[in-house]
Ligand binder design. Structure first.
Ligand code: GDP
Length: 440
């Protein structure tokens, strides 16, 4: 995410750190480089200017030049400023005092509205225990209605749609339906067009008037940079939305939209979407994104994701197995499934401090696990429990069954052995560490 911007800012700051003495001339040069990096990332000119002016002002007023660790202090100032323009704190979506809460989703065609509507329904259902209904008010494209129905099926949420091309009626009736079924949330997916036009705006405005939504979310494709900001401005003038959803943050986005949109339209970013899958959605945390952009990683999100998949009891059981040398290929397979559930692997790597750059060229995705899964699946239960059974002929059989080569199997077994050893050492170190703490 934002690799180019990240590396340019980091290299600007690095140059500053390398100076034996920092002067206001050095600072001015570094700030200029940062501004160039922002503009290259397609950040709005006014936003970039304000960003760098604020940094300069804070640096000059804070005694950074004479401090013990000017490089670090400078980074902190850049970080604070970045959090500021991203919105400072997390913004939640509204909840109606009297249900149902009505959420209207607007944006251009292809921005990811329908996908987001499904993701939001899933998110509210699984994270907030809500019972949503989706309304298919994108009535002109039968494909959009079907897409919404498929998404809804996957997450077990009802969809309201009708044959007539009357989006206002769909929205209104979906709200009545929610009331009669005692559902607490209505998510209305509206029609978009390729460009901002009057008819689209009128339609969204009419739906807004008819159902009086508690929350209007504007969905925008983060890959479109400055265009995203201009579209957001146009939508905001007509429908006065409450928050922004940035989609396709997993793509090759340079960062311009994310960094400019809040300052330009003065509305918070509430969610970001990082993939096509239904669980690739997260609330927007300005501080975490700033940390990622500045190469500090995003440990908080990583730990949160891990905590969801690994509970303490299971962890203890696993520990015991490791200690008694009973960690086998079944356990290994199970761990891979858990890592996969945590989300896109490349995205996880991006959250590890300092790892983003080192690993960004590595072709890391879910497919990397496929051969491993195929190999383990082709083994018999006995072989998975006791890999020492795997002699040459068994390996040849597994290679045929899994469509892999014997070499790949050998490689995997070697890695598995190394991993086992490493885990055992780590578990001993943990024990030693705990014992020492006990002594203190
Ligand atoms: P709509 O026309 O605004 O309803 O857009 P869709 O929801 O149909 O999305 C358009 C395309 O973008 C589809 O192919 C989606 O799978 C894809 N898409 C949506 N959100 C994301 C995302 O966060 N990341 C990626 N990579 N693709 C996305």
């Amino acid at each position: 995410m934002f690799e180019d911007l990240s590396s340019k800012i980091e290299s600007a700051v690095q140059t500053l750190k390398g100076q034996s003495r920092i002067t206001d001339v050095n600072i001015a040069e570094t700030v200029r480089e940062i501004r160039r990096a922002l503009l290259d990332a397609d950040v709005n000119l006014d936003v970039a200017r304000e960003f760098t002016n604020n940094i300069k002002e804070k640096v000059m007023g804070s005694g950074v030049l004479t401090s013990v660790n000017p490089g670090q202090q400078f980074t902190k100032i850049v970080y604070d400023e970045m959090v500021q323009i991203l919105g400072e704190t997390r913004s939640d979506i509204a909840v109606a005092n009297t249900p149902p809460t009505v959420i209207l989703i607007a944006g251009l065609q292809g921005s990811g509205k329908t996908t987001f509507s499904g993701k939001l329904a899933r998110y509210l259902k699984t994270e907030n225990n809500r019972n949503p209904i989706l309304a298919a008010a994108d009535v002109y494209r039968p494909a959009a209605i079907n897409q919404l129905k498929t998404l809804a099926d996957d997450i077990g949420v009802p969809v309201y749609s009708i044959e007539q091309k009357d989006p206002v009626r769909v929205a209104r009736e979906a709200v009545s339906m929610a009331k009669s079924l005692a559902l607490d949330t209505v998510i209305i997916d509206t029609a978009g067009r390729m460009h901002v036009d009057e008819q689209m705006m009128n339609e969204v405005a009419e739906i807004k008037k008819a159902v009086n939504p508690h929350e209007i979310l504007f969905v925008v494709d983060a890959m479109t940079g400055q265009d995203a900001v201009n579209t957001a401005k146009a939508f905001n003038e007509t429908i006065d939305f409450d928050g922004v959803v940035l989609t396709k943050m997993d793509g090759d986005t340079r960062g311009g939209a994310a960094l400019s949109i809040r300052s330009v339209v003065e509305k918070p970013i509430k969610f970001m979407s990082t993939g096509e899958k239904l669980d690739a959605l997260s609330p927007f945390y300005p501080d975490r994104l700033a940390q990622r952009i500045l190469g500090m990683g995003d440990v908080v999100s990583l730990v949160e994701k891990a905590q969801k998949e690994f509970d303490e009891q299971q962890a203890e059981k696993l520990q015991k197995k490791i200690k008694s040398d009973k960690f086998d290929l079944n356990d290994f397979y199970e761990q891979i499934q858990k890592i996969k559930k945590m989300g896109n692997v490349a995205d996880l790597v991006g959250m590890i401090p300092g790892a983003d750059k080192a690993l960004q060229d590595a072709d890391f995705d879910e497919d990397s696990f496929k051969p491993i899964e195929a190999i383990i699946s082709s083994m018999t239960p006995e072989e998975r429990e006791d890999p020492s059974l795997l002699n040459g002929s068994r390996r040849r059989r597994i290679s045929k069954g899994s469509g892999t080569t014997v070499r790949e199997i050998n490689e995997l077994m070697k890695q598995f052995d190394q991993m086992k050893k490493m885990m055992k050492t780590m578990s001993k170190m943990n024990k030693a560490g705990r014992a020492m703490q006990g002594l203190k």
